[in-house]
Design a protein around this ligand. Structure first.
Ligand code: AMP
Ligand code: MG
Length: 922
């Protein structure tokens, strides 16, 4: 297989021997260059007194010094030995191997700041025997794997024999990476087997001498690469290549992590093993063959495509270990030769998988041809921003493993080799895989994969999902290589059902279904006519009085042309009059458009011109402010003596609004209000919200947070923001009391604390920034009447939620929603004690569906950032008088009934595993 692959990749004839011993195509490429005479030969040479370190050793030594002794660079192995074990032979065999491979008996030191290595002549190998049981075995192996090495004083190998029974043992070998790499495992196991076989019959092993020693390699590496001070040296030429290839590489790949990078990585990690079945394996090998690439390249393309789909962008650097044994003489040595290549994968432009694979092939072959520059040197030259929180140049690793677990063949024993988890992770994510083949024909029998993840960033469940997505993507990609990546699905059917269906199962028919806001308000007034509906400064109004006033104004409005599908503008400072005015407009069947007296005159003029209200309700004060604005609609001055008399009922006017209405009956789909949002384009746009949308929102709120008649809700949000809608009307449809803050009071935390205390307010809203200001008031702590606070409008941070719960110890409700969807669409309650680590915006409210979609409008998996789209009864009818803009933001919904729309929020969110949304910005 390898021969034909190398032939097709390199177009070169190769000897069988070279192919069989070469670990990768990459190694072959380098050897070909060597064979062509372009490299110095690797020979046994003189050993100077002090031997410097190879590049790879230098890096490990540096890390050892920097981080202190740790298990991060341990290579633990467990060899299971079933059968009658000859303990003495095993002990002698391990000693033979240590004797044969100098790396296993080398210690390190530093002289004048320059590190050196020293090969010890004799080392005692102690192999303690530890009795254990099957259930204790993993714990034993893990604790052995976690032992740290003193590289200056002891051999970088620990061995121990775990004894389960006289005929069942596990040999634990833990090496420090400075002494060995993944490609050392094969010669190590082979030599161990040879030595054991010999020692079992009381011989010493008969093996041919190793062609070179590790220290010869160190010298050769320096000769080969030349000096960084010579412009034409191999190292400088190759560096030139890499500088170009890696220019502008992303500093840190955006991964679908559960948590942000900590300031300093802890290197704790976990492992998820999974298997790609023989079918996928066969198709992947076939695709590799067909495209002149390798299985590694296929897996790399799939990994890059997956990361792209998981939100990592289109420029995906993937690190990959490369054997570095570019001379045949190194094949049988135990030692660290491995180098790391950065394979930059370009996923831009929605290529087909085949096109992506072609790009990967080009990139990889070029990288292999420049594989000699030690990674550490590249890092120095390219000097990416160094950080203790993440790996430089790449954070995701891909490694093909070719260690056969049945490799060790000991006489009289059945033995299998297993890597042992160290509980550490060097990278954010690393994927390693090993091919299996059928014993008879050697045909593909499946690929064993492992994802090792950083526990700083990922939960086990997330890593498991990534594994499942990779399997799914590979399966689709290798069978349908000509489909664009966009169309490759990574969601499993069950996952799609959960995200799109189960988490959106919000259909609910409430008792108020089919009613308008006007109906709800009037029904409540009929239930509790004598209760106090509203308090403002020193005055109070009962439900009966409030409605009587509003009814009188409503009939005036109706006579002056207000009705369904018509707009009445309300420019009234916060006051009893404001509440009466809003109620009256609703009663007339018209929708209200609030004008904030504090808004700049140009905005108000724009809104008046845009909304084309039939009437404008003003006070003396706002009338003066609006004097500069042309003729406009007819005005009603609420605080004129005539209107005052009318509202107080001292003038005869008992017509009910319906009696004089000319515009027909009010229906649930008629607009209730029009609120202008500033919008990013700068030009405000009026959002038309229907009665059914806001009724659903208000009834949901009552079902969820249940106001009683004893509750009092603070009204402080300017009426031009939609939060004010529930502040006004939620208490008034439930029999609770409305406490209206004085004009300007919403910006004054000390005043707010006073009002809350004086009026025994139980429920109040704050945007997070104002909540922070409020909590910084000593008086906030005395607001003991509060039983819940509602937050929305901006991201609620963990620290704010925590200081809130520390100060008040009551529930904090985080609501999210754009004006375009009836105030709020999702909700989450931070528990009264100890807030959330990252308060989510939560789950959808009644009759509301939320979709987190990628650029192709496909749902993204849990944990992946996408754009939030909303559907359901709360959606606005659109932007007043702006059909083009409406069509742009309210688009056809592919998940709902025919003709259903969804609103594109522009907000970036992701699902957490519990079916709640997390907000990440715009
Ligand atoms: P508006 O249309 O003025 O209500 O603004 C809606 C926008 O405010 C949303 O699209 C979000 O960007 C932001 N927003 C609203 N509520 C929240 C929240 N709870 N957390 C984070 N952002 C929010
Ligand atoms: Mg909002």
């Amino acid at each position: 297989r390898l021969i034909s692959r190398v032939r097709s990749v390199l177009g070169v004839e190769l000897s069988v021997r070279a192919v069989f011993e070469a670990p990768t195509v990459a190694g072959l490429a380098a050897r070909l260059v060597g064979a062509a005479g372009a490299r110095p030969a690797l020979r046994v040479g003189e050993r100077p007194g002090v031997v410097p370190l190879s590049f790879a050793q230098r890096r490990l030594w540096f890390l050892h010094r920097l981080e202190g002794p740790s298990a991060t660079y341990n290579m633990p192995m467990a060899i299971r030995l079933s059968g009658a074990l000859d303990h003495d032979a095993l002990r002698a065999a391990v000693a033979d191997v240590v004797e044969r491979h100098e790396s296993l008996r080398t210690v390190f030191g530093e002289a004048d700041g320059v590190p050196y290595q020293r090969v010890l002549e004799n080392v005692e190998v102690d192999i303690p025997v530890i009795p254990t049981t099957e259930s204790d075995l993993p714990r034993h192996l893990e604790s052995l794997a976690a032992r740290t090495f003193d590289l200056t004083g002891e051999a970088p190998l620990h061995a121990a024999l775990l004894e389960l029974s006289p005929a069942e043992h596990v040999l634990s070998l833990v090496l420090h990476h400075i002494a060995a790499d993944g490609w050392s495992v094969a010669p190590l196991s082979r030599d161990l087997a040879t030595a054991y076989r010999a020692r079992a019959v009381h011989h010493s092993p008969q093996w041919s001498e190793l062609p070179v020693r590790y220290t010869d390699y160190v010298r050769w590496q320096q000769e080969l690469l030349g000096s960084v001070h010579e412009p034409e040296s191999v190292i400088n030429q190759q560096v030139g290549y890499w500088e170009n290839a890696l220019a502008g590489i992303p500093e840190r790949l955006k991964l679908p992590a559960d948590r942000p990078h900590p300031v300093v990585a802890t290197y704790t990690g976990g492992v998820v093993p999974f298997t790609l079945n023989a079918d996928i394996h066969r198709s992947a090998v076939a695709l590799a063959r067909e495209t002149g690439s390798t299985l590694f390249m296929v897996v790399q393309a799939a990994l890059a495509a997956l990361l792209h789909k998981l939100g990592a962008g289109t420029d995906i650097p993937i690190g990959s270990p490369i054997a570095g044994r570019t001379d045949q003489a190194l094949d049988d040595l135990v030692g660290v030769f491995v180098n790391t290549l950065v394979l930059r994968t370009d996923v831009s432009g929605d290529p087909t998988f085949r096109e992506l694979l072609e790009r990967v092939r080009e990139t990889d072959l070029a990288a292999y041809a420049h594989q000699d520059v030690p990674f550490e040197h590249l890092v120095e030259v390219l000097s990416p921003t160094r950080s203790l929180s993440h790996h430089p140049l790449f954070q995701v690793l891909l490694a093909a493993e070719d260690i056969d677990p049945e490799l060790i063949d000991l006489p009289g024993l059945r033995s299998t080799l297993r890597p042992v988890g160290t509980g550490t992770a060097k990278f954010d994510l690393s994927l390693s895989y090993r091919e299996r083949h059928t014993t008879e024909e050697g045909s593909p029998a499946g690929i064993d994969c492992r994802i090792e993840y950083s526990a700083d960033l990922f939960d086990q469940a997330t890593a498991e999902r990534i594994a499942a997505h990779l399997s799914r993507l590979l399966e689709e990609a290798v069978r349908q290589a000509d489909r664009p990546l966009r169309t490759l699905d990574i969601l499993m059917a069950s996952e799609r059902q959960r995200i799109v269906g189960d988490w959106n199962a919000t259909a609910y028919e409430s008792a108020g279904h089919g009613l308008t806001l006007k109906d709800l308000l009037e029904e409540q007034a009929a239930r509790t006519p004598e209760r106090i509906a509203l308090a403002f400064e020193d005055s109070e109004l009962t439900y009966a009085d409030l409605h009587a006033r509003a009814d009188r104004l409503a009939s005036l409005l109706t006579r002056r042309g207000a009705g369904p599908e018509r707009v009445v503008a309300v420019a009234v400072p916060r006051s009893t009059d404001l509440v009466v005015a809003l109620l009256a407009v609703l009663k007339s069947g018209a929708s209200y458009v609030p004008l904030d007296p504090d808004d700049p005159a140009e905005r108000t003029a724009f809104v008046l011109d845009d909304a084309q209200p039939v009437l404008l309700l003003v006070t003396e004060e706002t009338s003066a402010l609006l004097s500069g604005i042309g003729s406009g609609p007819g005005r009603i001055l609420l605080d004129s003596p005539e209107t005052r008399a009318l509202l107080a009922g001292s003038e005869a006017d008992h017509e009910r609004p319906e009696d004089v209405s000319s515009a027909g009956a009010l229906l649930p789909h008629h607009p209730a209000y029009v609120i202008y949002t500033s919008g990013s384009t700068g030009r405000p746009k009026g959002v038309l919200i229907s009665h059914e949308g806001i009724v659903n929102r208000l009834l949901w709120m009552q079902a969820e947070y249940g106001l009683t008649r004893e509750d009092r809700v603070l009204q402080k949000t300017p009426s031009s923001f939609d939060v004010s809608v529930w502040e006004f009307f939620w208490p008034l449809i439930t029999g609770a009391g409305l406490v209206v803050a004085r004009p300007g009071g919403h910006k004054d935390p000390a005043y707010l604390a006073d009002v809350i205390e004086d009026h025994r307010v139980t429920t109040a809203h704050f945007v997070p920034s104002m909540l922070r200001a409020f909590l910084s008031q000593p008086a906030a702590a005395t607001c003991t009447s509060l039983r819940q606070v509602i937050c929305s409008g901006e991201a609620l941070t963990a620290d704010l939620a925590q200081s809130f719960s520390a100060a008040l110890g009551i529930p904090l409700h985080n609501l999210y929603g754009p004006t375009e969807a009836s105030v709020d669409v999702t909700h989450h309650t931070c528990p009264p004690q100890a807030g959330d680590a990252h308060p989510p915006i939560g789950r959808p409210i009644w009759n509301t569906r939320v979709y987190v979609l990628d650029a192709g409008l496909a749902p993204v998996p849990v944990g992946v950032v996408g754009e939030l789209y909303l559907a359901g009864v709360g959606l606005a009818r659109g932007y007043l008088g702006r059909p083009g803009l409406t069509a742009e933001r309210f688009v056809a919904c592919p998940f709902g009934a025919v003709g259903e729309r969804m609103y594109r929020t522009g907000d970036l969110v992701r699902w957490n595993g519990a079916g709640e949304l997390e907000y990440l910005g715009r």
